[in-house]
Design a protein around this ligand. Structure first.
Ligand code: GLN
Length: 304
């Protein structure tokens, strides 16, 4: 399979469709990104990089960071983690607070904001300097110093963190939050403000395409069974209330962020990251999803 030719074809076809969406503006600083950016990078299991468009330009990874913090915490707490967060798709938007009440402070899954806050809280209990640990971990996964925190994006989100802060208080009311709320929110917002390129992100995701062994860190990050579980969560919950549609159209485990990025894997074959800032009403990148749909169509191959 000529992956370079494949992604170039996909890139061209998606561009020709002139798909439009809206750049996220609830974090005001994110709205400053040029809407026409578009790039994709694919890394095969030999570590070979294939890229097209703006694949080396850093962008705000936002909720894609939740996969990295989940991995760190899963590695430490193992199956005990699932007493604090469930593994069910929610059918609700990423920032929904509604289910937290009837599910007694146990978020439906680790990719909703509520679940990700529990994960960052768990990480805070185990790390002296969680932001530093997250940065080091992602750098290691990508095999290079690549993680930058965009301070403007971070401050911009901190000024609008009422909803996430409310969720943290709610979790605390159900004894599912151990650390100082402001500290955890700061860490969460910092992890969301990390900037990476498609190439760096695809490299950092290689362990999920490779049974938990990272090609770039050159070590086992998760064991095979844990790696399969993270992929199962990405497939069922990675796109919030559009997860079913993503599985239907694309058929790969993946994770989106409101910066317009999507990172996905085809286990045993490759990891891939696509970025285009314009989002649909579910907060997922319009072009990135289309690109991955065309990719698996052309490959005639998906998880299924
Ligand atoms: N930082 C964003 C938030 O918490 C991340 C959301 C996302 O990427 N879906 O609202």
């Amino acid at each position: 399979m000529d992956y370079q030719q494949l992604i170039e074809e996909v890139y061209q076809e998606v561009n020709d469709l002139n798909l439009r969406g809206t750049v996220a503006d609830y974090i005001p600083e994110l709205a400053k990104v040029s809407a026409d950016r578009f790039g994709m990078a694919l890394i095969d299991l030999n570590g070979e990089v294939y890229g097209v468009g703006d694949y080396q330009e850093p962008f705000s990874i936002q909720s894609i960071s939740k996969v990295f913090t989940l991995t760190m915490v899963f590695h430490v707490f193992r199956s005990k983690l699932w007493s604090r967060v469930n593994v069910e798709p929610s059918g609700n938007p990423f920032n929904s607070i509604a289910q937290l009440e009837y599910e007694k402070g146990i978020p439906r899954n680790p990719f909703l904001n509520a679940g990700a806050l529990v994960i960052t809280d768990a990480l805070t209990s185990k790390s002296e300097n969680p932001v530093h640990s997250i940065r080091e971990f992602i750098d290691e996964l990508a095999g290079q110093h690549c993680v930058r925190i965009n301070e403007e994006v971070m401050h911009s989100e901190l000024l609008h963190a009422e909803r996430n802060t409310a969720m943290a208080y709610f979790l605390k009311a159900y004894q599912n939050f151990d650390n100082d709320i402001q500290e955890v929110i700061r860490t969460y917002v910092s992890q969301c403000s990390i900037e990476m390129s498609c190439e760096e992100l695809a490299k950092a995701f290689s362990y999920l395409a490779n049974d938990g062994y990272s090609l770039f860190a050159k070590r086992e990050i998760l064991n095979e069974s844990q790696s399969r579980r993270v992929n199962a969560l990405m497939l069922t919950c990675g796109f919030y209330d559009e997860s079913g549609e993503f599985a239907f159209r694309v058929g790969l485990p993946g994770k989106s962020g409101v910066g317009g990025g999507v990172a996905a894997v085809l286990p045993g074959k490759f990891s891939i990251a696509v970025w285009s800032p314009e989002l649909n009403e579910k907060g997922n990148s319009v072009k990135a999803i289309k690109a991955l749909e065309l990719l698996t169509d052309k490959l005639k191959f998906s998880l299924f």
